[in-house]
Each structure stands twice: as structure tokens, then as C-alpha cells.
Design a protein around this ligand. Structure first.
Ligand code: MN
Length: 308
């Protein structure tokens, strides 16, 4: 075979998914959900302690696909937390309602009779970017899922960044975003009762912990790969810009995660468990489930201070 033919064959044999060559897996089953992000993992029972080689491959899949999904994981709260600890230290969030009063567990719950708007948020976002160290990832399991609808959509913000022009990248590489969670309670109180979010009622965070500036483009601490870290939720302004100046650029960037070629969707079933990277993905719950109960519980793992 000629050198050219061999090179061509190597290229076509290589599976590129989520913007990079797909790693090989020998101890777990891994099936990509789309070409952009997300995979389903099979052959693992999270109720059991994990062998090091299995855990290694789960972490490789998480780093590559950014959201990993496992079906039929009927875990106790202790087992859920034990698996979460492999990803890091658990954290509390000031605004997210607790599950069963447990400070290390949160819930996303919508009863069948409630307006879907009790669940934040309907637009693509990253969770709690206003904290100094926003979450690295969430480990989420469905207790109750709608028969149809209520998927969660994810968008790969590495690819969104990589697709931008060099000129735009240069602007964003030097930009910081001020995120604030200070006024979510007062804003919520002003809404009509039927439209209010379900928020945590009290917390121990100080006011100054609820506002921080982070790079608009953040890097993965190990690989250095860059991703867009701009989202309208909790956005105040670009650092050094007025709110009015910030709005048009924010609006443009807010469209990025809506591109279908960056996305995957998770269809929830009871005992579906996912881990998603809150740093390099944006996510959004899809409100298309009238008269259905949806109950998801989760832990939140603390992340690094975003690196510019
Ligand atoms: Mn969210």
C-alpha cells in the first residue's frame, strides 16, 4: 500500500467524536450519543465498588464525552454519594433546593399538577457560575421521569469555541464575565406565584460569595483545551463593559449552544444516572411534559477556579 493510501486509511479508520479521536475502551461498553458529546456506558453496576481499570475508563469517557449516562442504576443515597466522590469533593449551592434535607443532595422536582416553570431554567446555561469555584460536574439520577418529554439537552462548548473565527476568539480570550447570583431571590419574589422557581429558602453563603468574574474562555486544567464560558443566566456584564455594551455580544454568544451539531439529549427513565461536566458543557431541561411528574436528584462536585 502506498504511503498516501495508508494515511488515508488511518484517517478513515479513526473515529472522531466530540471533536477529538475517540479513546479505546476495554473494560466498559461506550456508545456515543451523538457526534458532539455524550455517551452511554454499559457493563457497570455502580452499587459495587469499581475496579481501578473500570474507574479509569469511566473517567476517560467523562473527560472525552463530557456527559456519561448509565441506565438502571438503582442506588441508595450512600451509593450515589460514594460514586460522586470519585469525581471530587461535594459542595452545597445557595439556590438549589435540598433533597430530603441532605446538604449534599439537591433535587429538581416538578409535580404533575405544577407549572413546569418551577424548574429552572428553560435556556441553555451553566450552573452557578457566580461562585468563585463553580461546580465541576453534577451526578444526577432520575427517581421519576415523564413517560414522554422532559429530556435534558447538552451542548459542547469546546466545539462552539473552536468554530469561532480567529478574530472573535482573540476578543473573547481577553474578556472576563461578571456573574452574580445576588438578586435571584428578590427577582423571583416579584414574579406571579404561578411562575416562580423553586429555590432554596435559606443558606449560609455571604453576599460577596455570590458574585465573581471569570474568563469568557476557560481552559481544561489537564488538557488545556479551551471552551466558551459565557451564558446569559446570572450574567451581569463583561468586565470593564457597561451592561448596555455587553448585551449584543452576549446575545450572539447565547445562540451558540442552540446549534444542533453541538448537542446531545438525555432521555430520562427511572434509575438513569448521568454525570455532566458543568465547565465545558451548557445544559437545558426541555419543558415539554404537561401533567407529568419529573423528579431528579443529584450531588454537585466542586470545580477549580476557572482558568483563563
Ligand atoms: Mn441547570
Amino acid at each position: 500500500m502506498s504511503v498516501e493510501a495508508k494515511a488515508l486509511q488511518t484517517v478513515s479508520d479513526q473515529i472522531v467524536v466530540a471533536g477529538r479521536p475517540m479513546p479505546q475502551f476495554h473494560h466498559i461498553g461506550v456508545e456515543p450519543l451523538t457526534g458532539a458529546c455524550g455517551c452511554e456506558i454499559t457493563g457497570v453496576d455502580l452499587r459495587q465498588p469499581l475496579k481501578p481499570e473500570v474507574l479509569d475508563e469511566i473517567m476517560t469517557a467523562f473527560e472525552h464525552f463530557l456527559v456519561i449516562m448509565l441506565r438502571d442504576q438503582n442506588l441508595s443515597i450512600e451509593q450515589h454519594k460514594a460514586f460522586s466522590h470519585y469525581f471530587g469533593e461535594l459542595m452545597e449551592l445557595p439556590q438549589a433546593p435540598l433533597y430530603a434535607g441532605d446538604r449534599e443532595m439537591q433535587e429538581v422536582r416538578r409535580e404533575a399538577h405544577e407549572p413546569v416553570s418551577v424548574v429552572p431554567f428553560t435556556k441553555f446555561h451553566t450552573d452557578s457560575p457566580f461562585l468563585e469555584r463553580p461546580p465541576k460536574c453534577m451526578v444526577m439520577r432520575a427517581i421519576d421521569a415523564p413517560r414522554y418529554g422532559g429530556d435534558t439537552a447538552f451542548a459542547n462548548m469546546y466545539i462552539a469555541y473552536e468554530d469561532l473565527s480567529d478574530g472573535m476568539k482573540k476578543v473573547l480570550d481577553n474578556l472576563r464575565v461578571v456573574y452574580s447570583g445576588r438578586d435571584i431571590w428578590s427577582k423571583n419574589a416579584k414574579l406571579d406565584e404561578g411562575r416562580r422557581l423553586r429555590l432554596r429558602e435559606s443558606h449560609d453563603f455571604r453576599e460577596d460569595q455570590l458574585e465573581n468574574a471569570h474568563p469568557a474562555v476557560r481552559r481544561h486544567p489537564r488538557t488545556g483545551r479551551k471552551a466558551l464560558f459565557v451564558t446569559p443566566t446570572y450574567f451581569k456584564r463583561f468586565d470593564g463593559w457597561s451592561e448596555a455594551d455587553s448585551r449584543p455580544l452576549l446575545e450572539y454568544l447565547a445562540h451558540m449552544p442552540h446549534k444542533l451539531q453541538y448537542q446531545c439529549r438525555i432521555r430520562w427513565k427511572p434509575n438513569t444516572l448521568i454525570v455532566w461536566d458543568n465547565r465545558f458543557l451548557q445544559h437545558c431541561g426541555i419543558h415539554d411534559y404537561e401533567n407529568e411528574r419529573r423528579h431528579l436528584i443529584r450531588t454537585t462536585v466542586i470545580g477549580e477556579r476557572p482558568l483563563g
